[in-house]
Design a protein. Structure first.
Length: 525
């Protein structure tokens, strides 16, 4: 497997190299690095959400396929170093399949326990239809089930809960869809419950009467109001009579009873749905997909439809937008956004790179949208793997959860397994990733352009040789941008700002062709 190589510049001085390695070790705990697959049985197991349970344990939510071929909800308590599964709980229903909601949508309940959105699916032998009920599950702190509640008024309906949140008064929110089997033009659904999970109200929302809608985010605001991200689908019929579905991002601000205060739909340029995440500093993080093709019918047309991350203000107006264009490493696809302790965003998901899907994550500056780092990851498998969520430890190091197809086992056990990966605060899964990643099988990065930076170390002034026009962002190791500049092709003479602290900095070069490189810069005034 070609793992690629990430290029970093160092002084030729042995003293400076040793100084760098000593500094690196001083700022890292080697216990933070681990790469674990958890193969519980001969069935598929997927990781869905991960939380810091306490100072020594992680709590992981997920889905399994039981030996009876029934989908079940599962949770796991795992030691902080990933070495030991301390407990596992499986929630099953004899007559139903329990599917999970969207990636990373399990929520920690402030007074203890965890909330999970679920789709409870049944088969109706009379009609032959599959039908489902919207469902919320609450786990106790030890992983036992506190309740399983469904929200439906008839078995004719096909209802799903995909997202959830916890209200300031301790009640719960759920969001998804509410639809009849025929016709399929169903509205979005939001459910509000009390602290026991019992229904207070349900609301349906539909932007256009002949098209369906779906709730992709519900956010309980501190003042009791609700922010909701949805998509409204409409169909485009091509001249060849093919149908192309467009999913417009749709954002709403609701009062505590679900009545609309503000209603915003984005135009056809933006697609992928209204996935938003509350920004603790103000506004929202938002992920979606640029959708500029009228009829994307050719197999590779998605390459021209990059995913993006953006910041929205409290009126859902976009402050900035950062795209992840298709390049040699495939199409980077964020599925969830986390906000880190330093306020910046962590985008988590996968990259469609050739025939394989790689796990992927990127750290993005909250104020400017600049990409601070951008990594690809692998388990010990040469087949597909992806991330679905992440948690940040108190020291800033990261734990990612997802699933990986484990092909290292005998053929009868080659299934998807829960995957946990521990990295440092720069997303590096190995203490060697700043020196040589060519032998680090868990770490695949973008191929760098021919970019140079000198002198390094620097006393403040340095020269960047850029092969293409672009930008450079200089960040400290906590991800804060201390300096940025626009680059022209060739040599660019730059100076670090006065007053910054001596030490190591990350220089991220992004060129207009979509390629990027990270260089470690030592500042020694």
């Amino acid at each position: 497997m070609d793992t690629g190589r990430h290029t970093f510049m160092f002084s030729k001085s042995k003293f400076n190299t040793c100084f760098f390695l000593l500094l690196l070790v001083a700022n890292m705990s080697f216990a933070q690095y681990f790469n674990r697959l958890y193969d519980y049985d001969t069935t598929h197991d997927w990781g869905g959400g991960v939380f810091m349970k306490n100072d020594t344990e992680l709590f992981v939510t997920g889905v399994s396929v039981s030996p009876m071929s029934k989908w079940t909800q599962t949770n796991y308590t795992i030691s902080l170093d990933g070495n030991m599964v301390l407990s596992k709980h499986r929630v099953a229903r004899d007559s139903a399949w329990l599917y999970g909601g969207d990636y990373g949508q399990s929520k920690r309940i402030p007074d203890g326990g965890y909330l999970v959105p679920v789709v409870m699916q049944y088969s109706n032998p009379t009609t032959g239809y599959f039908y489902s009920m919207a469902c919320l599950m609450k786990y106790k702190e030890n992983g036992d089930t506190a309740f399983v509640k469904t929200y439906t008024d008839t078995t004719v309906y096909f209802e799903r809960l995909l997202v959830c949140d916890v209200m300031p008064d301790g009640g719960f929110l759920g969001g998804g869809t509410h639809a009849m089997n025929v016709p399929s033009y169903y509205p979005a659904l939001i459910v509000r419950t009390d602290t026991a999970g019992d229904t207070l109200w349900t609301r349906s929302y539909q932007k256009y009467p002949t098209q369906y809608a779906q709730t992709n985010a519900v956010i309980a605001l501190p003042d009791g109001r609700i922010a909701a991200g949805l998509h409204s689908r409409y169909d485009i019929v091509t001249p060849a009579l093919d149908v192309y579905y467009h999913f417009s991002p749709w954002f709403m601000l609701l009062d505590g009873d679900g009545h609309i205060i503000r209603d915003t739909v984005y135009g056809p340029k933006y697609g992928g749905g209204g996935r938003i995440y509350r920004d603790t500093v103000g506004g929202y993080a938002h992920i979606g997909q640029i959708d500029t093709l009228a009829y994307p019918l050719v197999p590779d047309s998605y390459r021209n439809m990059p995913c993006y991350i953006a910041h929205l203000d409290t009126n859902f107006r976009m402050s900035w937008e950062t795209r992840f264009p298709y390049d040699d490493n495939g199409r980077r696809h964020p599925v969830v956004v986390k906000q880190l302790h330093d306020g910046n965003y962590l985008a988590v998901g996968a990259s469609e790179k050739g025939p394989k899907i790689w796990a992927w994550a990127a750290k993005v500056n909250r104020n400017t949208g600049a990409i601070i780092w951008d990594w690809y990851y692998n388990s010990d498998s040469t087949n597909d793997n992806y991330f679905s969520d992440a948690a940040e430890k108190p020291d800033g190091s990261l734990v990612f959860v997802g699933a990986s197809f484990n092909d290292t086992l005998p053929s009868y056990r080659r299934v998807f397994d829960v995957w946990l990966l521990g990295t440092d605060n720069n997303g590096c899964p190995s203490p060697l990733c700043f020196t040589d990643t060519s032998t680090t099988s868990a770490h695949v990065v973008q191929q760098p352009v021919r970019f140079t930076l000198f002198p390094n170390p620097t006393n403040g002034g340095f020269t960047v040789n850029a092969p293409y026009p672009g930008t450079i962002s200089v960040c400290d190791l906590q991800g804060r941008v201390v300096f940025s500049a626009i680059l022209r092709t060739g040599n660019n003479d730059l100076n670090l700002p006065q007053g910054i602290s001596p030490g190591m900095y990350l220089c991220r070069y992004v060129c207009d062709k979509g390629e990027n490189t990270v260089v470690k810069l030592s500042y020694q005034p």
